[in-house]
Write a protein that binds this ligand. Structure first.
Ligand code: ADP
Ligand code: F6P
Length: 325
């Protein structure tokens, strides 16, 4: 049994994701139902260092489960990457009576949580990122909403692209992670999917594919480009010049990070937030909540950060096979 926890802090860090509010709400209400006090830390580690710390009651999180963004705001904080910043963060936690923190964010944020844990502040990570790029979990908060937002937008682009018999390059988010691109590739029936994990960008292949499809009489050609692979507008210019097919680029951008969370994001985020509060109350630290094989489970943060999450090659092969007719 670890140290006794009286006050739990909660923060959101890194890129925001729809469903983060559901997770915050669950941390607050589950911790309070376990007899603990809760403090909200605004603007991630940056707000911790600036002591932007507020008391949170069960009522303070009313009317938040359906809202996109994060009521605690989020930030990226350079200072917290330094040993000095981390030590100051741990001191500030002690000053405010915070014995344990729930960190809702991606793997960068978990590295910060790992450091706080080593300095004696109990920490539990909750995976909050639209990228689905955390290796110990098959689910991250916000992916479901983001991928549905992107899918609906791509359907709309496809309508006009077909009417004009154009090629469309649609850029989705994921500088280092191709899951949004891969899922939309399947869900939207894209002709080509470009993923940062594949390191196989070959423009001539795209050009040949488009020319072949035109010969077969295909009226549209959708290329889904994960942000990390290349500059969509210049790709479009070069492809149009090489094929004579009018080619346009659409960048979906930050719309993918906003909006009211889907049912799945609300429910899974609630489960994960509540479980994080319970784990802290049990005295656990340096753990991260994940979802694997149909179960919510906790993992050691160090081990979780060492695991590698590549693209599921079978899923990728299926995406390619299903786009051919
Ligand atoms: P995400 O959590 O979505 O992966 P980032 O990688 O931007 O987002 O990380 C969010 C924040 O976590 C950073 O701005 C920084 O404050 C903190 N962080 C990232 N890496 C480390 C690290 N190695 N050590 C301590 N803190 C870190
Ligand atoms: O990690 C979430 C994410 O939206 C990535 O998909 C994207 O590459 C990055 O954040 C964009 O970050 P920013 O907030 O700096 O635009």
């Amino acid at each position: 049994m670890g140290k006794e926890i009286n006050t739990i802090g909660v923060l959101t860090s890194g890129g925001d994701a729809p469903g983060m509010n559901a997770a915050i709400r669950a941390v607050v209400r589950k911790a309070i139902s376990n007899g603990k006090k809760v403090k909200g830390i605004r603007k991630g580690y940056s707000g911790l260092l600036d002591e932007e710390i507020i008391d949170l009651s069960a009522q303070d999180v009313s009317n938040t489960i359906e809202r996109g963004g994060t009521i605690l705001f989020t930030a990226r904080c350079r200072e917290f990457r330094t040993e000095e910043g981390q030590k100051r963060g741990a001191e500030i936690c002690r000053k405010h009576g915070i014995d344990g923190i729930v960190v809702i964010g991606g793997d960068g944020s978990f590295k910060g949580a790992q450091k706080l844990a080593s300095l004696g502040i109990n920490t539990i990570g909750v995976p909050g990122t639209i990228d689905l790029d955390i290796s110990c979990t098959e689910y991250t908060i916000g992916f479901d909403t983001a991928v549905n937002t992107a899918m609906e937008a791509i359907d709309k682009v496809r309508d006009t692209s077909t009417s004009h018999e154009r090629c469309s390059i649609i850029e989705v988010m994921g500088r280092n992670a191709g899951y949004i691109a891969l899922w939309c590739g399947i869900a939207n029936g894209a002709e080509d999917i470009l993923l940062p994990e594949m390191f196989d960008y070959d423009e001539q292949k795209l050009i040949d594919h488009l020319i072949n499809n035109r010969r077969k009489g295909k009226k549209h050609h959708i290329i889904i480009n994960a942000e990390g692979v290349g500059h969509s507008a210049s790709m479009a210019r070069r492809i149009e010049a090489a094929t004579g097919v009018e080619t346009r680029a659409t960048i979906l951008g930050h719309m993918q990070r906003g909006g009211s969370p889907t049912c799945k994001d609300r429910v899974y985020a609630s489960m994960m937030g509540a479980m994080a509060a319970d784990l802290l109350c049990e005295g656990k630290t340096n753990r991260v909540v994940g979802y694997q094989n149909g179960r919510f489970q906790d993992f050691d943060i160090n081990e979780a950060l060492e695991m590698d999450k590549g693209i599921d090659m079978y899923q990728y092969e299926i995406a390619r096979a299903l786009s051919v007719h």
